[in-house]
Design a protein around this ligand. Structure first.
Ligand code: C5P
Length: 232
């Protein structure tokens, strides 16, 4: 898979998703389905969106004992998602078990990426809640390296970390980056953002874009602008 724009489908239910997707005539954006929509609608939403011809990043961030994650990943693999994720904090045995569970009898599998540290976690949380005393950047790169060693395909990270992740884990280790805003757009609750064009320059492989597209007056035009800036 090459560089692409992934649209975060952060809607509360199926009706809103399909009204949004119906705006796109012909184009089939790569979509991210998160916990809210998945828990509201269940696997049928994944099947229906696949049936319509979209690629899917199922963003459920698994984190449990290896056996449970392995079996759950096998279920997601049968749902035919293209990309899914877990928390690297689940440790190497969990990541390896996840890969085993995802791998289909014919050897194919969805891509698997890791969350290193959530962007809502800051240095104070690391130290006080998690008893981790290294600087955040070092922690993120360490978790990314462990994900790479376990055989994963990449990480979710800020576009500001993409270049360092590639330097640390190789240029073919995927960086999937949210926190993207148009130069003339609303930033909202995101803190550290880049434009699609800047994310391209720093080497992001996929940008995840929600409200700049879903809340735009013309979502299709906003999506096309994102693709033009990021993919070129
Ligand atoms: O609307 P917006 O473009 O901010 O949406 C970004 C998407 O990426 C949301 O689904 C959000 O939950 C997700 N995300 C993020 N930052 C992370 C991880 C995921 O914004 N570190």
């Amino acid at each position: 898979m090459g560089k692409d724009v992934i649209v975060a489908c952060d809607f509360a239910g199926a009706d809103q998703v399909f009204s949004f997707l119906d705006l796109f005539e012909g184009a089939k954006p790569f979509l991210k389905i998160g916990m809210e929509l998945y828990y509201a609608e269940g696997p049928s939403i994944v099947r229906e969106i696949k049936r319509r011809g979209h690629k899917i990043f199922l963003d459920l961030k698994l984190h449990d004992i290896p056996n449970t994650v392995k079996k759950s990943m096998a279920v997601l693999s049968r749902l035919d998602v293209d990309l899914c994720n877990l928390h690297a904090a689940g440790t190497t045995p969990m990541m390896e078990a996840a890969l085993e569970g995802l791998t289909r009898p014919d050897g194919s599998r969805p891509l698997l990426i890791a969350v290193t540290q959530l962007t809502s976690t800051d240095q104070a949380h690391l130290e006080e809640d998690l008893l981790i005393h290294q600087p955040m950047e070092q922690v993120v790169m360490h978790y990314a390296s462990k994900a790479k060693e376990a055989g994963l395909d990449g990480v979710v990270c800020s576009p500001l970390e993409a270049a360092e992740v590639h330097a640390c884990c190789g240029s073919d280790f995927l960086t999937v980056t949210p926190g993207v805003r148009f130069a003339d757009g609303e930033i909202g609750d995101q803190k550290r953002v880049m434009t699609p064009a800047q994310a391209k320059l720093v080497g992001s492989d996929y940008i995840v874009v929600g409200r700049p597209i879903t809340a735009a007056a013309d979502p299709v035009a906003a999506y096309e602008r994102c693709v033009r800036e990021f993919v070129g």
